[in-house]
Design a protein around this ligand. Structure first.
Ligand code: IMP
Ligand code: MG
Length: 173
């Protein structure tokens, strides 16, 4: 059972997605993008934002899972790597949330080694208070408090991803 308090409505999310897309479209004007969704969490955000980005693009996905985060070293497992060669391309990572920052910094290092022309990160949500490693976030949708949230792609035990809005989550006792 979920005891959820609404945090972000469908309207708030959709408005923000359009604003982010407009900013990205301005910044990449005249360039071609390789937009990379980090799955599974970003699937909804990804599919909404690419619809509003007005720049020619290719898309690709990374399927990862984060593991127990001991001693500040994010352990992530890559279940499916990119299919595209990113060398000399403008890569934009799309992620649902930056929490400790460990996953994103690991992914960033991994992709950096493949020599993209540029590599930027766009997150819908940022839980700054929880950060353990510094990771540069180029586009941030919402700063949120240190609460566990679900919906709009974000899960608890792989559930609630299909909610169109975002709610705080608490397990009922
Ligand atoms: P980080 O490595 O700690 O930044 O964790 C990032 C990943 O943890 C995200 O991609 C999410 O999959 C997951 N995560 C972190 N916070 C939440 C949350 O509040 N709800 C759902 N998933 C979360
Ligand atoms: Mg995730």
């Amino acid at each position: 059972m979920v005891i959820g308090k609404p945090l972000l409505t469908v309207e708030q999310i959709q408005k923000k997605v359009k604003e982010l897309a407009a900013e990205i479209s301005r910044d990449y004007k005249g360039k071609e993008l390789l937009t990379v969704g980090i799955l599974r969490g970003s699937f909804m955000f990804f599919s909404d934002i690419v619809k509003s980005i007005q720049v020619p693009m290719n898309i690709d996905f990374l399927i990862v899972s984060s593991y127990i985060k001991t001693n500040n070293k994010g352990k992530i497992e890559i279940h499916a790597d990119l299919r595209e060669d990113i060398k000399d391309r403008h890569v934009l990572l799309i992620e649902d949330i930056a929490d400790t920052g460990l996953s994103l910094s690991h992914i960033r290092d991994l992709l950096h080694n493949r020599s993209p022309a540029s590599l930027k990160i766009c997150v819908l949500l940022n839980k700054k208070e929880r950060r353990k490693v510094d990771v540069p976030l180029d586009y941030i949708g919402f700063e949120i408090p240190d609460k566990y949230v679900v919906g709009y792609g974000l899960d608890y035990e792989n559930k609630f991803r299909n909610l169109p809005h975002i709610v705080t989550f608490k397990k009922s006792t």
